[in-house]
Design a binder for this molecule. Structure first.
Ligand code: GUN
Ligand code: FE
Length: 451
């Protein structure tokens, strides 16, 4: 018995330069949320007979997408998101990273010691990301174990696919917002991992992720302990900040002179770099680090909005170079850093950053095109999060994480449609000028989750 059938225009990506726009297509979702059929070129009037030939009962819910105006795309993947920064967005935008952490972020994140506060903010955070089409998020929690378990519970209840990690930080943070010891930090981490595995034993929706904030905030003993947890849990993803800003890189090099300025060597030394690693930012990469990240199969969470506001300077990560080398890349909102929690904005700012990079590289690294931006927001992000077998596009067998787009939503401000617009033109208008009003339905594993 299928849960849902869609008919109309379906748009998805098979790779950075492989955008597919499939008109008059049928997509069938089973009641366990998996895509069972994608059949191209079926006129609307032939849908019932097609469904009966597939033994799909006539009682199946069929959603006919309005021609031209509506289309289906995969859900967005936010590969780097600080849930406890949800209520501080917009603050301290021109500060350098270490001052921003100390003056704005740590005092704010410290409030998550209060479980009632955590529940209120996280509830709004998860709902708002779902409303904006973020069907998967890789979340940093605060340093608090209880608040982090609340975040995982809320993702599970509200139906958002998520990686959720307690943030590890036992130094270079104020005494009121710092893990009390290496042992306490590791014990809280293990407790959070166990909690997430208890609520979702198969990791069907919510998974734990190791989350050392960055090397500056972790003592060598803590990094070592986290590396041991990574070694003992071969499928556990790992996330951290990596070569984000010059100020951060200088201080890291002072704290760990033995790695001679290479964060790749630093994190690799502690067993934290592998194909399970999600490295946020990667703005400044030496040739050596590029090679290490490539060899080890790490993924990059590109956060262009944050990189051009909070941090210090105008940081444009070398995304074209990552793609050319086959390094996994997705987009992050870094919600908290930066002014926007929208993956649509992240796509647009990734275009700006790539254009800056084209100038900086004297034309060698070409700017990204819209198909590539869309890939980063969907399949690219799924690869970075280790979820490419489950989500990222509409391959048969994957789970149905999807958005219904209405290009002519009431009260919206997307570029108006003209009679002569091709589906590709409408898609480009959507990517560059829409907002969440154009995202009218949101599905995760086949379940409708738009708040
Ligand atoms: N580096 C360490 N912590 C943070 C954070 O919360 N945001 C950003 N952008 N960078 C960081
Ligand atoms: Fe961040």
């Amino acid at each position: 018995m299928p849960a849902r059938v869609f008919h109309g225009t379906i748009i998805h990506s098979r790779g950075p330069s492989d955008l597919l726009i499939l008109e008059s297509s049928v997509l069938v979702v089973s009641d366990n949320g998996k895509i069972t059929n994608v059949i191209l070129g079926i006129p609307k009037e032939r849908v019932p007979s097609l469904l009966s030939s597939l033994n799909i009962p006539s009682s199946a819910k069929i959603r006919y997408l309005s021609p031209r105006r509506e289309f289906l795309i995969p859900g967005f993947v936010d590969t780097h998101n600080h849930a406890p920064q949800w209520a501080q967005r917009g603050l301290g935008q021109s500060m350098h990273i270490l001052e921003w952490l100390e003056q704005v972020t740590f005092p704010n994140e410290a409030r998550f010691a209060d479980p009632a506060y955590a529940r209120r903010i996280y509830s709004d955070c998860v709902e708002s990301f779902l409303r904006q089409g973020v069907t998967t998020a890789s979340y940093y929690g605060s340093m608090h174990a209880e608040a982090t378990t609340i975040l995982a519970d809320l993702c599970w209840e509200k139906g958002q696919r998520a990686l959720v990690g307690k943030c590890n930080m036992d130094r270079n943070a104020p005494p009121y917002y710092r893990d009390s010891s290496v042992e306490a930090s590791l014990a809280d981490t293990e407790a959070c991992i166990a909690h997430v595995r208890r609520i979702d034993p198969q990791g069907a929706l919510v998974q734990p992720v190791l989350t050392p904030r960055f090397a500056i905030s972790c003592t060598p003993a803590l990094l070592e302990g986290l590396g041991q947890i990574a070694g003992a849990n071969p499928h556990l993803p790992i996330q951290t900040h990596f070569n984000e800003a010059e100020q951060e890189m200088r201080f890291t090099a002072e704290l760990f002179p033995e790695f001679r300025g290479s964060e790749a060597d630093l994190y690799a030394h502690y067993g934290l770099l592998s194909s399970r690693s999600i490295l946020a930012h990667c703005c400044h990469m030496s040739e050596h680090e590029m090679r290490r990240v490539q060899e080890l199969g790490c993924g990059v969470a590109h956060c262009p909005v944050s990189n051009m506001t909070v941090g210090g300077g105008f940081m444009a990560a070398p995304v074209r170079d990552f793609l050319s080398r086959g390094i996994k890349v997705g987009l992050g909102t870094d919600s908290g850093g930066g002014f926007s929690s929208s993956i649509l904005d992240a796509m647009r700012q990734a275009l700006v950053a790539s254009n800056a990079r084209e100038v900086m590289s004297e034309g060698r690294d070409k700017g990204l095109d819209i198909g590539e931006l869309f890939f980063l927001a969907t399949l690219g992000g799924a690869r970075v999060c280790g979820l490419e077998d489950k989500i990222g596009n509409f391959e048969v067998g994957k789970e149905f994480d999807a958005l219904v787009i209405n290009a002519n939503a009431p009260g919206g401000i997307m570029t108006m449609l003209e009679d002569e617009d091709s589906p590709r033109t409408i898609f480009d208008k959507f990517i560059m000028t829409s907002d969440d009003r154009n995202i009218t339905e949101v599905y995760v594993r086949g379940r409708s989750v738009k708040p």
